[in-house]
Design a protein around this ligand. Sequence first.
Ligand SMILES: Cc1cc2nc3c(=O)[nH]c(=O)nc-3n(C[C@H](O)[C@H](O)[C@H](O)COP(=O)(O)O)c2cc1C
Length: 216
Amino acid sequence: MMPDRPFWRSGVTLAIVAAFCTSLVALTWQLTADRIEENRKEWLERSLQPALAGLFFDSPVTESMITVPPPHELPGSDAAIIYRVYAGETPVAALFVVSARDGYAGPIRLLIGIALDGEVTGIRVLEHKETPGLGDKIDTSKSDWVLQFDGHSLRNPEPAKWAIKGDGGQFDQLTGASVTPRAVIRAIKQTLTYFDANQVAVFAEPPKLDEAQESD
Ligand SMILES: Cc1cc2nc3c(=O)[nH]c(=O)nc-3n(C[C@H](O)[C@H](O)[C@H](O)COP(=O)(O)O)c2cc1C
């Protein structure tokens, strides 16, 4: 007959196996965390590029993010995100992530790129709940509607013309869906106005350069 294994020996074996597994998980996490963070930054950097058309810049946009907590004068009641864009140490543009609150079916999250001279460098819709076939044409996967703002500023056209044609403005509307474009245009105009009034404050805090750039 086999002698009974003492109870404490099974406990110790179990504890050793558990400790080994925990260490393995911790090690794997440590080895992959940096890579995951790098991939996330690369993905974010790529997603921001379409709003920076025709602009020369040479530092990672994601390193220069600031957040503007509410209450603020940008569209939306949540915190606004601003990515500052630099060529060397010279500011060249800012990318705003803001929410147009008055979409037909809910808030519309927008990425709005504005050059230092106040011209729109690109706009992309990041999130929306607008109706397929109607308001969803604000999305570049559905139509080019949002591209019509590229190169425009508060001087071109004048502020009063920042509206759809049906409201006496300069910009194309969407057939049977004017609530959505009104919301988007209002948000762009508000963001342009904010940048015009707050450029110094937006670039006041220097960007956080990573170690590689600092050692250059
Ligand atoms: C089911 C349904 C979904 C709609 N979705 C939208 C929409 O996503 N965006 C929008 O602007 N209007 C939408 N509308 C239309 C609006 O109610 C409104 O009639 C329209 O924006 C007015 O546009 P118009 O001045 O060009 O006629 C929707 C209407 C219905 C009945």
